[in-house]
Design a protein around this ligand. Structure first.
Ligand SMILES: NC(=O)c1ccc[n+]([C@@H]2O[C@H](COP(=O)([O-])OP(=O)(O)OC[C@H]3O[C@@H](n4cnc5c(N)ncnc54)[C@H](OP(=O)(O)O)[C@@H]3O)[C@@H](O)[C@H]2O)c1
Length: 410
């Protein structure tokens, strides 16, 4: 029999309680829930677990507890509660990517020095078993790259914008109404949530510690219907991609809207689904896909960590004890890019585009109150070449807006 305390009884916490109940009934897994910590206990009056509910952390951190499940979210008080649980020699399982991205290395050290485990499979990809797969199942590989849709909210919004021709605000509102987006969606739509997840995943994949704040991050809030129209002309779609690549002299890492082929492995991922394409030197490409959030998918991953701890199964996804990665934010290889330039001088810009890039196809641009737009697909030797072009245009012409979006050609 193992005794578990649960911090948080919202979406994830209640899913974990349900899976524990199902597992106890199905296989007699022998898990006792000793206490559930919430902010407002009154909410749970009449609930079957109401007797276990408390607002006081000390009530749940009792001597008999073996494992603490943290499902509160955010940094505070989650950090304090997780630290105190580990120092009290309790194993901890969490779904909290904010906490792991910010304090993972320190908390894993505290766990190690107290002889207990800190597990966080659900913090990346929700129900998709990705961290253990990368650290353990692909242990025979040097992981070369990770290309992923790590945020279901933004994938849902982009799908609605593309398939139902919704405007960004309209699609965001729908996502909020359906519970896919939070009241304050900024962490999702600005790409911060994906950057935190990418840092955790890449740290384990490349065995180099990646600070999420060093990742170049661009959200989907500026993506508009013209982006989809131009991408569509090339049989492509737009996804918020979290990309990391192991380089000889560092790690490239970015989160940004990227143009992908509609029928490609990532182009096919719709709505709130997540997908993670991992490239290993031995295995080649492996695609993991499934629900990256939601009550039961996330609880499924939390329960897997609980089961590992109960069965004394050690995994490698338990350390961030690696050297810091030198994070590169510019794409240094050849790639295709979509450029959109708003200007008072279309003819001049078009001449410069064709003069500068040998491989350039100009699309029918738009005329508008903020200037006429020139849109083009170009091939450049590096991202720096695109940035240099932007600088030279700005010196020569009245450039009112310059946008670039990379095209993933695999
Ligand atoms: N939701 C998902 O699909 C999903 C997927 C993957 C990972 N996660 C992660 O899982 C964690 C939990 O997310 P969630 O969606 O389950 O959150 P949630 O539905 O908002 O639930 C949070 C729970 O924590 C409790 N809580 C909040 N502040 C507290 C405090 N100061 N002291 C004690 N209890 C407190 C709340 O109590 P009350 O009930 O009294 O308000 C509530 O029960 C987050 O780290 C999130 O990023 C969530």
């Amino acid at each position: 029999m193992k005794t578990i305390a649960i911090l948080g009884y919202g979406t994830v916490g209640s899913g974990v309680v349900e899976i524990i109940g199902n597992s106890n009934r199905r296989s007699g897994s022998g898990i006792d829930i000793s206490g559930i910590l919430v902010r407002n206990a009154c909410k749970y009056k009449g609930h079957s677990h109401f007797k276990s509910v408390t607002e006081n952390f000390k009530d749940v951190l009792t001597d008999d507890v073996d494992i603490v499940v943290e499902a509160i979210g955010g940094l505070h008080p989650a950090y304090d509660y997780v630290r105190r649980s580990l120092e009290s020699k309790k194993h901890v399982v969490t779904a909290n990517k904010d906490l792991i991205a910010e304090h993972g290395a320190e908390l894993l050290e505290i766990a190690k020095s107290n002889g207990v485990e800190l597990r966080f499979e659900a913090s990346v990809g929700g129900g998709i078993p990705i961290l253990k797969s990368v650290s353990d199942c692909l242990a025979g590989n040097s992981i070369e790259s990770v290309t992923a849709i790590l945020n279901g909210t933004t994938n849902f919004i982009l799908t609605k914008m593309e398939e139902e021709e919704m405007q960004y605000d309209e699609a965001l509102k729908l996502a909020q109404e359906l519970g896919f987006a939070e009241a304050d969606p900024s962490s999702d739509v600005l790409g911060l949530d994906a950057a935190r997840k990418l840092s955790i995943l890449s740290t384990l994949a490349f065995q180099r510690k990646l600070d999420w704040k060093e990742i170049e991050t661009k959200g989907i809030n500026a993506v508009d219907s013209s982006d989809f129209r131009y991408a569509g002309l090339n049989g492509c779609s737009i996804k918020l991609l979290a990309v990391s690549r192991l380089l000889a002299d560092g790690v490239y890492a970015s989160v940004s809207p990227v143009i992908v082929k509609k029928g490609s492995q990532l182009g096919r991922i719709r709505n709130e689904y997540n997908a993670i394409l991992v490239e290993g030197d031995a295995v080649g490409d492996v695609l993991f896909t499934g629900k990256g959030a939601g009550m039961m998918p996330t609880a499924s991953a939390v329960f897997a960590d609980i089961a590992d701890i109960m069965n004394n199964r050690k995994v490698k996804a338990e350390t961030f004890d690696y050297d810091d990665a030198f994070v590169k934010t510019q794409w240094e290889n050849e790639a295709k890019w979509m450029l959109r330039i708003r200007t008072g001088n279309r003819i001049g810009i078009m001449k410069d585009l064709t003069g500068r890039f040998s491989n350039c196809s100009i699309l029918a641009g738009e005329c508008g109150e903020h200037g006429d737009e020139v849109a083009a697909f170009v091939r450049a030797g590096s991202e720096a070449e695109i940035d240099c072009f932007e600088d030279s245009l700005s010196q020569e012409y009245d450039v009112r807006d310059f946008r670039k979006m990379m095209v993933l050609e695999q």
